[in-house]
Design a protein around this ligand. Structure first.
Ligand code: ATP
Length: 377
């Protein structure tokens, strides 16, 4: 049962240990429960409220304690995007607790606390690492292992979709293994951009990689459960080749290719992959959402249940490509997170200097500028 009492303090119930990671508007720390004698570890995701307005400042005891005066604070309005993300994630997580949990492939929320630092979500701790990190470290990797991954994600999505929740931001970094065992379940997490039908307002993904974004989301048409299936199709393609289906030298070109569903199975990489896997990817990456199989249908597909997935060890090139794809992605995420979490990002000139040294395409840089401006408007 998730509880949230204003008087309840996080520090009364949990001891916060080390930082596990940082997101755009959040920091995730490991914590240990003080409830009873036996130690149980959790992940505590703190969603920050930025609230830089003078009004926000007046009501913000933390800022007052730091001795800042309102004239020292920036003059822009409330950072509504961060607050919208925060509220959305809580609403969706609550719906998950009510209608989905416990499900082996969806992160579990234990508790919610609120204080001047923001909102703290006490979550199941996933200590098994991110999806692609685990795959590139594996000694044995074949279509069967890839099918296991697709099956677990489909199973989590099926439960979410049944509860009318659309994840909207499904990507490998939002899939973490619960523990380091070979048989560890894979968990879908990060519901900041998710939507519950007739319940939350969908939040538009603002920036970041568009690799997993469906054509309908890119063209701002209705995003549905089928959009998550597209993202799963992209993940499946990468799992079997080590590179994304819509690779391009610029974001604009990538967008065009996504909108047209323009991808191929180049012979060199794909000739050894089973035709059943290719058929399934082609269906998942249909531009028309209704042509994509649902999560429920996917769970019955012969490749997913393992009847057609090949057991031969995959070409070493696939894993090595996946390794470099993963490393590049992590570098970008770190650059973006560091920019977001720094107040410096609000100054366009400094932003340019800061990002100039990082491996971002001109389009990504432009997107960041536009969105920072929007936030400050
Ligand atoms: P954003 O929210 O901006 O999209 P993100 O998804 O990376 O960014 P978070 O979900 O806040 O941000 O996660 C930040 C980091 O903390 C990630 O590296 C993630 O792997 C780690 N993390 C998040 N939740 C857990 C968890 N339950 N257990 C272990 N690590 C976690």
């Amino acid at each position: 049962q998730v509880s949230r009492t204003e008087s309840k303090k996080l520090s009364d119930d949990y001891e916060v240990i080390d930082v596990l990671g940082r997101g755009g508007f959040s920091v995730v720390r490991k914590g240990v429960s003080k409830y009873n004698g036996k130690k149980s570890y959790v992940a505590i995701k703190t969603l920050k409220r930025l609230g830089y307005t003078p009004q926000g400042f007046q009501q913000n005891p933390a800022a007052r304690q730091k001795g800042l005066t309102s004239s020292e604070l920036p003059t822009w309005k409330q950072t509504s995007i961060s607050d919208a993300l925060l509220t959305n994630e809580i609403l969706v997580m609550r719906r998950i607790v009510e209608d989905v949990s416990p499900h082996p492939n969806v992160i579990h929320l234990y508790d919610v606390y609120e204080d001047v630092n923001g909102v703290h979500l006490v979550l199941e701790l996933c200590s098994g690492g991110e999806l692609f990190d685990r795959i590139v470290a594996q000694e044995r990797y074949s279509e069967v292992e890839a099918a296991q991954v697709v099956k677990q994600i489909a199973s989590g999505l099926d439960a979410l979709h049944k509860a009318n929740i659309v994840h909207r931001d499904l990507k490998p970094e939002n899939c973490l293994f619960l523990n380091s065992s070979n048989r560890s379940p894979l968990k879908i997490m990060d519901f900041g951009l998710s939507s519950v039908e007739d319940f939350t307002d969908p939040i538009v993904a603002l920036f970041g990689s568009i690799d997993y974004v469906s054509p309908e989301a890119l063209s701002q048409r209705q995003v549905t459960a089928a959009s998550d299936m597209w993202s799963l199709g992209v993940i499946m393609y990468i799992l079997l080749s080590g590179y994304p289906p819509f690779h391009a030298t610029s974001n604009r070109q990538k967008q065009q290719r996504i909108l047209a569903g323009d991808f191929s199975f180049d012979n060199l990489t794909w000739k050894t992959i089973s035709s059943s896997a290719k058929e399934l990817i082609s269906r998942l990456l249909s531009v028309e959402p209704y042509k994509r199989p649902s999560a429920k249908e996917l769970l019955k597909h012969p490749w997913v249940i393992g009847d057609c997935a090949k057991n031969d060890i995959m070409d070493a090139e696939v894993v090595s490509r996946l390794q470099s794809f993963n490393a590049r992605r992590k570098f970008r995420a770190a650059a973006i997170a560091s920019v977001w979490s720094s107040k410096v990002f609000l100054r366009t000139k400094k932003l340019r200097n800061l990002l100039g040294t990082h491996d971002l395409t001109p389009e990504e840089l432009q997107n960041l500028r536009v969105h920072f401006k929007r936030i400050c408007a």
